[in-house]
Design a protein around this ligand. Sequence first.
Ligand SMILES: O=c1ccn([C@@H]2O[C@H](COP(=O)(O)OP(=O)(O)O[C@H]3O[C@H](CO)[C@@H](O)[C@H](O)[C@H]3O)[C@@H](O)[C@H]2O)c(=O)[nH]1
Ligand SMILES: [Mn+2]
Length: 637
Amino acid sequence: MAAAVTRRANALRVEAPDGNAESGRASLAADSPAAKRAADAKDDVWVAADEGDTSGAIAGDGNRPPLFRTFKVKGSILHPYRFMILVRLVAIVAFFAWRVKHKNHDGVWLWATSMVADVWFGFSWLLNQLPKLNPVKRVPDLAALADHSGDANLPGIDIFVTTVDPVDEPLLYTVNTILSILATDYPVDKYACYLSDDGGTLVHYEAMIEVANFAVLWVPFCRKYCVEPRSPENYFGMKTQQYAGSMAGEFMRDHRRVRREYDEFKVRVDSLSTTIRQRSDAYNSSKKGDGVRATWMADGTQWPGTWIEQVDNHRRGQHAGIVQVILGHPSCKPQLGSPASADNPLDFSNVDTRLPMLVYMSREKRPGYNHQKKAGAMNVMLRVSALLSNAPFVVNFDGDHYINNSQALHAPMCFMLDPRDGQNTAFVQFPQRFDDVDPTDRYANHNRVFFDGTMLSLNGLQGPSYLGTGTMFRRVALYGMEPPRYRAENIKLAGKVNEFGSSTSFINSMPDGAIQERSITPVLVDEALSNDLATLMTCAYEDGSSWGRDVGWVYNIATEDVVTGFRMHRQGWRSMYCSTLSSASPTSTCRPTRSSRCSSWPTTSSPSSGSSQSSSTSRGRSARTSCTSSPSYPSFT
Ligand SMILES: O=c1ccn([C@@H]2O[C@H](COP(=O)(O)OP(=O)(O)O[C@H]3O[C@H](CO)[C@@H](O)[C@H](O)[C@H]3O)[C@@H](O)[C@H]2O)c(=O)[nH]1
Ligand SMILES: [Mn+2]
């Protein structure tokens, strides 16, 4: 198919001499102030509220510049709105006074009931209005972040994706989510992607191997031409596909090739359940006398998770824990690809071909335990990632939520690393945008009032609520620690150890996980580490600990997300809302399933043989390179 191609005037340039994405950032940085000024000039609602701050460095903080700008609603709009709130408040109070004075003696119960309802209605109206007194928009300054940190000093990020069922949460969405993460423009050795599969199905595991294989082509292609978005289904689904660079002919050839490979990848992913079933049937009929109808992996071993024909220890709610490192941690030096050849028509000789770490995991499930749905899965991921990558920041995506802007991971860093209140910021929430909604949005499925009104309003107070997906956390806040402004300089772990469960490896990892400048240090997945990981994934691990209450995601509630955010707010942490709308704006998009999710929020290898980097499994080899920089903050005793 001949793709319609348009060229972006201010396209990012990726082909840096050293092959990494540095100059993409530089070019964005160059565009950014002008774009910002233009946006400011046109904006007839928001005015800058931090002019004083932006010009100079913040004293006493190592001369770090502010990394975001603050905007407030223009007085000419806000003051009449506040006045209207006051008028309504007076009217409501007068109405209540009238009701009290005019008690209906013939139907006192009726009168009392309607009074209770009215009081509740008035109270909830007031709660709704209070934040709207002072909406605040904060715009991350990616250019300032690039000037201040560069890629070399950016902290590590662990990205958690959850899924359960490859049919209910279509596998195609999950693989696209993961691909959009693997291709994002964050330094590749500074983030790791974890997929938690609560169904424990071999289909998800083998889909991740397919993803790792396809990513070898997709990720360098994205870097070479700076394509957006980097979820291939959405990219190829766009009417026009933009790219950077001046090689129209080469782009067309590469595009055609990658498109064909993607179509073949989709066919393979679609047919995984059939392939696995056929393979298992073949193994089962050849293993006569065994009796069990097992599900078999490609390497001829039995899958430890859920089997197609479920039996004890291999059913959905009853199977062992599994961790497989599908792509090992990459080296910290860029690795340029090879020039075009007969086998490989794509010229990646100027493109960094490294891929970030990718881990598949499925926690242990046993009957008799309440597995606590997503909250339980997230807590296991938090512990497992602490031993494998231990990044100081953690991002959470549901399986149907992809990154629609490759700069997205830089934006929350502007809030987290900002010298003003960054250290006290527990999480940064992105809005959720929905694909495939009726373009006229007549049923308000985009939830604009919520994402573009209420959230900005809360942003003017202690910050937005945690909405379950599209959120970056500070790991130490998930551990239940207090913000620096309310705690002694050194966090005391002594006497609190039982709160985190019995694993000394996990507890020993906590001080490092709190160092906000920390990158990712690759670890050797040997037998001892595999045993530690297995322990952290057991159902019994949390018994007698504070997990699910004061530590990690909160349990026993359907909306664990909101409550987990509230717990952090109660401790004094603040949160930030990241909803910029400029062209450089990083934001995430939630894609609901076409049939049912449109109306709701927030619901938005064997090691890869074709991979150019070393791969590892929990049982086998792993990549060994160290590229950390870790000045200490905060310290534990
Ligand atoms: O046992 C479970 C159940 C769910 N999930 C995952 O949790 C996420 C959200 O669950 P879902 O059932 O899809 O709920 P939604 O209503 O779509 O999700 C919204 O509402 C939830 C409750 O407020 C939040 O946790 C979500 O993040 C938010 O997107 C999905 O990725 C699931 O794969 C698990 O990992 N294990
Ligand atoms: Mn969902």
